[in-house]
Ligand binder design. Structure first.
Ligand code: HEC
Length: 164
């Protein structure tokens, strides 16, 4: 009886291990397939380029910031400043390895100066700092060989359907 159960064990244990291994083998395959399909999805996720962030976030909020300041609408100005900042932060986040991500920091002093003039509701300082901000837009464009892309203090409000 003892021998028989030993015999049984000596056969059953390797068999159980084999089945177990096979099971975990197919589990690994299932997981690998899921990883592969997630990787495929990730590869086809649309990430806006720097040009798109500039066009859709930075440019409009630069303009709206100006008109909010002109209207001494400080709550709106602060909101627009934060939105503008969000555009720069997206470039740092989504284009980490590109030269523009490293260059973004050059805009922070002007952004901080604007924040201070908004907080102090100082419209003269706001105007001067906005000019400094705009010059820094161009400094970066020049540094990255997009110097043909010239930004200026807005002269006309293209967002006519919003109250500033
Ligand atoms: C960190 C560097 C940097 C700063 C700071 C910067 N830009 Fe840019 N900007 C770029 C680069 C690089 C491009 C070109 C991106 C591309 O085409 O892929 C660009 C492109 C643009 C474009 C696209 C123009 C077009 O015709 O499609 C606009 C508009 C623009 N920037 C506005 C601004 C404004 C406004 C500011 C300041 C508030 C600013 N940028 C600050 C780097 C910068």
């Amino acid at each position: 009886m003892k021998r028989l159960s030993l015999l049984f064990l000596s056969l059953a244990v390797p068999f159980a291990l084999m089945v177990g291994c096979e099971q975990s083998g197919s589990k690994t395959e299932v997981l690998q397939a899921r990883v592969d399909s997630l990787q495929n999805r990730l590869n086809s996720v649309y990430t806006p380029g720097t040009g798109a962030f500039m066009n859709f976030i930075v440019q409009p909020h630069h303009l709206k910031l100006w008109y909010a300041g002109q209207g001494k609408n400080w709550a709106l100005a602060e909101y627009e400043r934060q939105e503008l900042m969000g555009g720069f932060e997206k470039i740092q986040k989504y284009h980490k390895d590109k030269p523009e991500a490293a260059a973004v920091a050059m805009i922070f002093p002007a952004m901080n100066a604007i924040e201070k003039s908004i907080r102090e509701k100082d419209d003269n300082a706001f105007k001067n700092n906005f000019v400094m901000l705009t010059n820094t837009c161009n400094t970066c464009h020049q540094a990255l060989k997009y110097g043909f892309n010239v930004i200026k203090v807005p002269a006309k409000n293209s967002f006519d359907n919003q109250s500033f």
